[in-house]
Design a protein around this ligand. Structure first.
Ligand SMILES: Nc1ncnc2c1ncn2[C@@H]1O[C@H](COP(=O)(O)OP(=O)(O)OP(=O)(O)O)[C@@H](O)[C@H]1O
Ligand SMILES: [Mg+2]
Length: 112
């Protein structure tokens, strides 16, 4: 299993969520985030205004995936969140040792 984390533009969230649901992702965690990349937030435009602060509002999406789903889900995240402009975000994966569905006690891939 892997945990996929994606930092995306807030205005892209509905599209990204729809693409993930179409693929078949059955759960995700979303949270508000603030951050910056190589431009340090200075040269990005958000909702028509150029931000003059260092931290830009982003959305963090976390998806727990089985190993055979990871590449596809990363592709879905990238294609649905990409605008081609600076600030589109970042996607990364980390290995996950264990997952448990609390209600049933299922573990591993069965818990994803
Ligand atoms: N190295 C990093 N570590 C953790 N989070 C990051 C990192 N780089 C970017 N992020 C997060 O992703 C958001 C968007 O980053 P961004 O798309 O600007 O990356 P970038 O590397 O500057 O690419 P680009 O040149 O396309 O803008 C940042 O606001 C931050 O929240
Ligand atoms: Mg950037």
């Amino acid at each position: 299993m892997k945990l996929i984390t994606a930092i995306i533009r807030p205005e892209k969230f509905d599209e990204v969520r729809g693409a993930l649901e179409s693929y078949g992702v059955q759960g995700l965690t979303v949270s508000a985030a603030n951050g910056y990349g190589r431009q340090r937030g200075h040269t990005e435009v958000y909702r028509g205004a150029e931000y003059v602060v260092d931290l830009l509002p982003k959305i963090r999406i976390e998806v727990l995936a089985t190993n055979d789903q990871v590449d596809d889900i990363v592709d879905v995240l990238i294609s649905s969140s990409n605008t081609g402009r600076a600030g589109d975000g970042k996607v990364w994966t980390v290995n996950v040792d264990e997952a448990v569905r609390v209600r049933t006690g299922e573990r591993g891939n069965a818990a994803v």
